[in-house]
Every structure is written in C-alpha cells, then in structure tokens.
Design a protein around this ligand. Structure first.
Ligand code: NAD
Length: 333
C-alpha cells in the first residue's frame, strides 16, 4: 500500500484530502501544527492507515526525521500561511514558512528518495489579465500582487526550473482556483462561503467590485485533482504545472450574487463600486483536462446550496467563531 505524507493536512483543503486518500487505499501521514485546532482529524484519528506528526515545517531536523522514517511514495505540500491578509499581517513568518521551509522540504524529499512531490500553488499568481477577452493558461505571464502570491511564484520557479531533472523525482505544482465548499475544517473567509454564510444568516451583503473575474473550484475537487496527479505516470507530471478548476467556472462577483439571489430570494445585496482590482483573471483549465483527464464534480451553485443548508439547519451553529477564519475575525454587529 502506497504511503503519502500531507503537510497542512488538518487545514481546509488538507482535511478533505486525507479522507479522499484513505478512502482510495493510500496510507496517510499528516504533518501539521494545528493552527486552527485538531477537530478536523477526529473521525480519522483511529483509522489504521492514518498517522499524525505534530511538527512545524520550519523545524528542519524534525522534518528530516519524519521524511526518513517511512517509505513515502509522495509528499503533498499544503502547509502555509494562507491568503493575502494572513501573509500581509505576518510577512516574516510567511516567508519562513511558505518559502524557506518549503525549499527545505522539497530538498529533503529528494534526499530521502521520495519519488513524488505536489505543491499547492494558486491562480492568483496571474494577477490581472491584460486582455479581458482571453483566458490565462499555464504559459501566461505571472504577475503576483501580494506577498502570498509572490512567495508561491518564487517556490514554483524553484520547483519547475531549478531542481535537476532526474527520473527518480517528479515534482508538480498545482495552481488552484479560489476554493469553496464544505470541509472538515471549515473556512468562512473565502468568497463563496462568506457570501453564502452572510446571506443565509439574514445579513445584508456588501459586494465590492462586482465586475471582476475569478475562477472557483470545490474543495473536494482539489482532492480529486491531487489524487489524479498521484496516479498519473510520473513523466506526465514531472516538473510541470497545472491550473486546477474548470473553464466554465470563472465567475464575476455579480454572477455569484445572481446565483445567491436565485437560491436565497430574500437576500439583500448592496454593490460598492470599485474602479480597479489588481486581481482580475479568467483562467483556462484545459491542460489538466487533457493531460490528467481531470474534470470537476461540483459547481458554484452546488457549493452555495451546501453552505446554505449547514447554516440554515444549524449544523454549524456559530459560523462567526474565530476557528473558521485565517486572520482575527470581528463578529458582525
Ligand atoms: N483555499 C484556497 O482558496 C486556496 C487556493 C489556492 C491554493 N491554496 C493553497 O492550499 C493550501 C492549503 O490551504 P487551506 O485553505 O487548506 O489553508 P488552511 O489555513 O486551512 O490550512 C493550512 C494548514 O497548514 C498548517 N500549518 C501552517 N503553518 C504550518 C507550519 N509551520 N508547520 C506545519 N503546519 C502548518 C495549519 O495548521 C493548517 O492546518 C495552501 O498552501 C494554500 O496556499 C488554497
């Protein structure tokens, strides 16, 4: 049975991924510092295929020890200070975790002879599209406009261009869309989740810059994309980068609002005009479809429906709790 180590496995993306991998027959190790608690690991804690290591990825000797203690097939690297606001608040920590520790991790994986490495990057690396009629693809220029994206771009360059090409090591970068949907570690600081939560809680939603584009993807589909890379022949994915999402799932905030109004007809939405946004991009996802055979299984309207249900039915009783946010969160009045 193949064994995979996931850094950041207790987080929003990782906690779903751990279950997907366990359910498809992998043994799974999780490395995490539990920044947002460990509730997301409770129901897999006693699974015979699961192991947890409470390790900070900036603790290099501890990282080296864990990588060498088992015969891993792959490392999926998700641990990070996540999002523009969180990196902006703690820039030194962001650099230490998102860049320095990531460089150490990938070198240490190679030294340990681990054949696969998958890195969670982001479509926000593209910044702003220069031609609004075109879709950005993996060959489009990168124009990061935040420290978060700058660090992702810097690490991508290392992974794609600086690591010597060897048949024994296949590193891959995945540029994820903005994510949404239910996960064992919920986040309500992501556009679709936040908008739906606010309206389902009966609040008036203010939308800034309704005309700007972004691609969106369900968190469960991220796990399926990672699984597709793990199962692909190494020569198809080594030293390569894939956008993850679906070309039909590029939305403006106005389009998301229209869908919210369809599902929550009593919703009150106010638009605040914004002339410009440094992040405005529509992305093509054809490469992942053609090379990996990856297709999404859910769309934004389905994500809105599932978030609406857990709020209106009280399954998540208090979505304003701090644990659902990556930066200090103020309870709305
Ligand atoms: N959520 C998105 O829209 C999105 C989009 C594109 C890419 N990504 C990337 O996917 C990855 C996961 O994002 P997420 O939404 O699950 O974030 P998250 O904040 O929910 O999870 C990050 C996890 O990393 C852990 N962590 C943080 N610092 C650590 C350290 N020093 N050592 C060990 N563990 C540490 C945290 O405890 C947490 O469990 C990130 O790399 C992120 O940049 C996310």
């Amino acid at each position: 049975m193949k064994r995979v180590l996931v850094t950041g496995g207790a987080g929003y993306v990782g906690s779903g991924l751990l279950r997907t991998l366990l359910n498809t027959g992998f043994q799974v190790d999780c490395v995490d510092i539990l920044k947002f608690g460990g509730d997301s690991l409770l129901d897999i804690w006693t699974h015979p295929g699961f192991a947890f290591h409470k390790i900070d990825i900036t603790d290099y000797p501890a990282v080296d020890r864990v990588l060498q203690q088992a015969d891993y097939h792959a490392v999926v690297h998700l641990a990070a200070i996540v999002g523009d606001p969180a990196c902006g608040r703690e820039p030194e920590l962001a650099r230490r975790v998102n860049l320095d520790a990531s460089l150490h991790l990938i070198d240490s994986c190679q030294a340990a002879g681990i054949p696969r490495f998958i890195f969670a990057s982001t479509c926000s690396n593209y910044g702003k599209m220069s031609d609004p009629d075109l879709y950005l693809d993996e060959d489009s220029p990168l124009a990061p406009v935040s420290l978060y994206a700058e660090l992702k771009v810097e690490f991508e360059h290392y992974l794609l261009d600086s690591i010597p090409r060897q048949e024994t090591f296949a590193p891959t970068a995945l540029r994820f869309s903005t994510v949404y949907g239910l996960s064992p570690r919920m986040r309500f600081d992501l556009t679709v989740n936040e908008f739906t939560k606010d309206l389902a809680s009966g609040r008036v939603l203010e939308i800034f810059g309704e005309q700007f584009w972004r691609p969106y993807c369900h968190v469960g589909d991220f796990s399926r994309a990672i699984q597709a890379v793990l199962e692909a022949p190494p020569e198809k994915v080594a030293h390569d980068v894939f956008n993850i999402g679906d070309t039909a799932e590029n939305y403006t905030k106005k389009m998301i609002a229209t869908e919210l109004l369809r599902q929550i007809p009593t919703a009150q939405i106010e638009y605040v005009y914004k002339e410009d946004d440094p992040r405005d991009y529509r992305v093509s996802f054809e490469k992942a479809k053609n090379v990996l055979g990856f297709n999404i299984s859910k769309t934004v309207p389905q994500g809105i429906a599932e978030i609406k249900e857990v709020i209106t039915q009280g399954i998540i009783a208090d979505p304003e709790e701090q644990k659902y946010y990556n930066i200090p969160h103020q309870r709305p009045a």
